[in-house]
Design a protein. Structure first.
Length: 184
């Protein structure tokens, strides 16, 4: 029986010849092998090989399952986080709409027509120029008008400071010259 047949068909084992106790083995190798028990070891080899392949396959399946489980866990967390982000974005959009509605209501309430209507309902009337009285308060200086333009300080960008009056090559040349002079 060949080694390949043994690996493919472990149940098909060669017939074992029964020897008489008085008979010596045909050669010395078989005698030593029987003494050490290595022939029995070689006869069981295909079954042990199957067990090793089975253990390796099960380890591979378990490792694949572990990786798949981790992948599903990460994917599920990502999906949950994505849903939370979508709900927060929807909430932000709803809040922006509410703020825009409130600003529209405020603008309507602060409009000239609305304010004049409410003032008239409270008993106020528009003032005429002849009815206005000015009061002079000694020591009060009214604020100046609002200036929207900031004064710009005129700086000449082309003039350099006096500290920076040499170029890079001049500075490098001066450094090399000072490094090449002997110490005194």
């Amino acid at each position: 029986m060949t080694l390949l047949n043994r690996l493919l068909h472990p149940s098909a084992r060669p017939l074992r010849l029964v020897r008489k106790e008085a008979q010596l083995p045909a050669n010395t190798y078989q005698a030593v092998a029987e003494l050490t028990g290595s022939l029995r070891h070689h006869r069981e080899m295909p079954l042990r090989l199957q067990h090793e392949w089975l253990a390796a396959f099960l380890a591979f399946v378990m490792l694949t399952g572990l990786v798949a489980g981790l992948y599903l866990n990460v994917t599920a967390r990502t999906a949950i986080t994505g849903r939370e982000i979508q709900s927060l974005e929807a909430e932000i959009a709803a809040n922006k709409r509410d703020n825009a509605d409130l600003q529209t209501q405020i603008a309507a309430l602060l409009s000239h027509q609305s304010l004049s209507q409410r003032a008239r309902s409270l008993g106020f009337e528009p003032v005429q120029r002849q009815e206005v009285e000015y009061i002079v308060v000694p020591g009060y200086f009214p604020s100046q008008g609002v200036q929207f333009v900031q004064p710009v300080a005129e700086t000449d960008l082309l003039t350099a400071r006096p500290e920076y009056n040499e170029s890079l090559f001049e500075w490098l040349g001066r450094q090399l010259e000072s490094a090449s002079r002997p110490l005194e």
